[in-house]
Design a protein around this ligand. Structure first.
Ligand SMILES: Nc1ncnc2c1ncn2[C@@H]1O[C@H](COP(=O)(O)OP(=O)(O)OP(=O)(O)O)[C@@H](O)[C@H]1O
Ligand SMILES: [Mg+2]
Length: 224
């Protein structure tokens, strides 16, 4: 299968990552509601529903990802024009290669860089994150592991190592107001990306990459 090319996309693909509980699924759902032509791909759900794992890690109460199976499946969904006819659900096959995916996963460095035009890393303060994870009845071990990841900026550092910094945007996600701001920023950026593409073609995207939200041109830093 030919690799997915940024040049074939008419809409951007957006990855939303961050420590569990920072609000990835909430943001992804709100963005896809605001942009009806975009579709949500909740990776954790796909892994569970399509058995893309090799059992359960009982100590963390999570599925053990089969990375190869997941990447093959996602290449069909996010990837080339021949996505149809390979066991992909029809609504997914129709979108193969043209973009418009909002992907939600707690990790980012397993995916090929070429799949994504923007990588959002959500951040939450540790006390708020702790409360959210307690609400989920996670074990103490699982909560402290996740809080430690957040303190160490694991998701942000992982994204910066895996993607060009101009495509990585860190956003705070402690409050409803911040969530609402984040939705607006992602939607505005996606619309600007599409507009640049339709007006100027691929070369215009260089500008959108460098200045993803129309701010100060530093797309890689914390935005708060
Ligand atoms: N910015 C925010 N303001 C207020 N509440 C939030 C915010 N972000 C998330 N929440 C709440 O925190 C909880 C976790 O959010 P969500 O399920 O979207 O996180 P997640 O990052 O997708 O977690 P996971 O990785 O485990 O799937 C939800 O109850 C959600 O309503
Ligand atoms: Mg989620």
């Amino acid at each position: 299968m030919p690799p997915t090319s940024r040049a074939t996309r008419t809409k951007p693909n957006i990855l939303i990552t961050g420590t569990p509980g920072t609000g990835k699924t909430t943001l992804a759902g709100l963005v896809t509601s605001a942009l009806p032509d975009y579709q949500l791909l909740e990776v954790g759900k796909v892994v569970a529903q399509r058995n893309l794992h090799c059992g359960r890690d009982e100590s963390f109460d999570t599925l053990i990802l089969d990375e190869d199976l997941l990447l093959d499946e996602m290449e069909l969904i996010l990837g080339g024009d021949d996505a149809g006819g390979r066991g992909v659900e029809p609504q997914h096959a129709a979108r193969g290669g043209s973009g418009g995916w909002v992907v939600d996963y707690h990790s980012s460095d397993l995916f090929p860089e070429r799949w994504f035009d923007m990588v959002i890393v959500l951040r939450s303060s540790t006390s708020i994150l702790n409360d959210r994870l307690v609400m989920r009845s996670y074990s103490e071990k699982k909560i402290s592991e996740n809080i430690m990841c957040e303190i160490m900026d694991v998701s942000f550092n992982e994204a910066l190592e895996a993607y060009h910094p101009s495509r990585v945007l860190s956003l705070p996600s402690d409050s409803i107001e911040e969530m609402s701001d984040n939705v607006s920023r992602v939607v505005e950026w996606a619309e600007a990306w599409e507009q640049s593409m339709s007006t100027h073609g691929v070369e215009a995207r260089i500008h959108v990459d460098i200045d993803p939200i129309g701010g100060d041109g530093d797309g890689s830093g914390a935005m708060d």
